[in-house]
Design a protein around this ligand. Structure first.
Ligand SMILES: Cc1cc2nc3c(=O)[nH]c(=O)nc-3n(C[C@H](O)[C@H](O)[C@H](O)COP(=O)(O)OP(=O)(O)OC[C@H]3O[C@@H](n4cnc5c(N)ncnc54)[C@H](O)[C@@H]3O)c2cc1C
Length: 421
């Protein structure tokens, strides 16, 4: 057991789940409060960075500012590629060319006051490693176990672990992923469904540079995204693909030899990036929509995918989780600075108020986009083609794609604005 024993009079926070948003929350709070707050992350994978291998995420500007504020950006910048431009096409697989319906990046940058890129593609393994290392250095305890039960008991909550031990905290954060056992045990309702699609993720090596350009082809089976990674690998350049396919077809498409799988990828790729090679993957991920009916219960806060699961069409799930972490860190900090209980209903209400609308708006918008684009019906094709024309003219809608839609800049949590807690 590596959990630190809380000092008399100090407060204690338990986090079940060691995904990226959880580690960011643990680090932010430990940096802000030091020995006055014991922070323990509990995860059977003990936040092992290797399980993130081959994954890369579009990190919106708010998340990057948060990493910078936590002193992490300089450590992970080598694993991040700025997205200079995003090009979106609406086409069928057999179409010889895929004209762009919507492009943004350069003009979106021009709208910004600081000129920072609207997003970076960041590799998850180095990010997880840097977060875990910074957490340990700051004094966060990381425990290799699962939480099997949570029992609120007056002014505390007890977490029973798979090891047979019990930890006590003022607040337990349930960040145990989309199928959160703690959410269910707390009887928090869930509105959600599975999509008849899977997300296929792979790293593709290519001989020609991508020049920081990201592409998303809306094909009838779902979006096929090509996202620029830092140069490297045997061919010199790399991109990550997120390929949404009908679940019924995915098995056949992926069961062939690696060169057959690569040929399927090339059919969808269309870009001329020279010779292609499969460098990592493909891995398959079930896709679902879901949002919790409440983000809190007695001495319990839901965070990340435990609170909301969205389609990866706009690459925003992790960004929502980071915004949760920033908002919860702010609510807890507000209470601690006043000497108040960080697990009180007031703190949890403030957190829920800050996050629920934003999460619901993003979940509903991504669901609507997926329904609109993932089919081949002519009236819908016309409607969405007109829709894209409109999107191209409305900066507000573009901001949705770049992860800035739901909350006005000033109302976002301080860490997402790059400010101290
Ligand atoms: C194909 C695909 C592409 C995506 N692309 C992007 C993107 O470009 N940008 C973006 O922002 N988002 C993206 N996302 C979303 C992103 O992956 C998730 O939103 C994010 O990883 C969720 O993090 P989390 O920590 O909440 O959950 P998870 O990463 O699922 O972590 C949950 C953790 O809880 C632990 N756990 C489970 N049960 C217990 C228990 N009982 N006790 C203790 N620990 C437990 C697990 O071991 C795990 O470590 C994508 C998702 C998919 C499927």
């Amino acid at each position: 057991m590596t959990a630190e024993t809380p000092r008399p009079g100090s407060r204690s926070l338990l986090i079940a789940g060691g995904g990226l948003p959880s580690l960011a929350l643990a680090l932010a709070l430990k940096q802000a409060h030091g020995p006055a707050l014991a922070v323990t992350v509990i995860d059977p994978g003990a936040a092992d960075p290797a399980r993130h291998r081959g994954r890369a995420y579009a990190l919106a500007a708010g998340g990057r500012r948060m990493l910078e504020r936590l002193g992490l950006w300089a450590r992970v910048a080598d694993a991040a590629e700025p997205i200079a431009e995003m090009v979106i096409s609406d086409s069928r697989l057999a179409d010889p060319v895929r004209p762009a319906f919507l492009t943004f990046g350069r003009e979106a940058d021009a709208e910004r006051d600081d000129g920072e890129p609207f997003a970076h593609m960041i590799e998850a393994e180095p990010l997880a490693a840097a977060l875990a290392e910074a957490c340990r250095a700051a004094g966060v305890a990381i425990v290799a176990a699962g939480v099997v039960r949570a029992l609120p008991e007056g002014a505390a909550i007890r977490a029973a672990l798979t090891t047979g031990e019990t930890l006590r905290g003022d607040l337990l954060v349930a960040a145990d992923g989309a199928r959160s056992r703690l959410r269910e045990a707390a009887r928090i309702g869930w509105v959600g469904w599975s999509y008849p699609q899977v997300g296929i993720v792979a790293t593709i090596g290519h001989a020609r540079p991508h020049e920081g350009r990201a592409f998303e082809h809306f094909l009838p089976a779902g979006p096929f995204a090509i996202l620029p990674l830092r140069d490297g690998g045997p061919l010199g350049h790399r991109s990550s693909i997120v390929w949404t396919e009908r679940s019924d077809d995915a098995e056949a498409l992926l069961s062939g030899e690696p060169d057959e799988v690569l040929a399927e990828i090339e059919r969808r790729f269309t870009l001329d990036l020279g010779t292609l090679a499969l460098e990592h993957g493909p891995s398959r991920h079930p896709l679902a929509f879901g949002i919790a009916r409440a983000f809190r219960a007695e001495r319990l806060a839901l965070l990340g995918d435990a609170a909301h699961v969205i389609h990866p069409i706009a690459g925003q799930g992790l960004n929502l989780g980071l915004a949760d972490a920033a908002a919860l860190a702010e609510a807890v900090t507000g209470a601690l600075r006043l000497g108040l209980d960080p697990g009180s209903p007031d703190v949890l209400r403030a957190y829920e108020r800050a996050r629920r609308f934003d999460s619901f708006a993003m979940a509903a918008a991504t669901d609507g986009l997926n329904r609109l684009f993932s089919n081949d019906a002519l009236p819908l094709r016309l409607a969405r083609d007109l829709g894209l024309g409109i999107v191209d003219r409305l900066p507000g809608l573009k901001r949705f794609f770049i992860g800035e839609a739901a909350a006005a800049r000033d109302s976002r949590p301080r860490l997402m604005r790059g400010e101290a807690l």
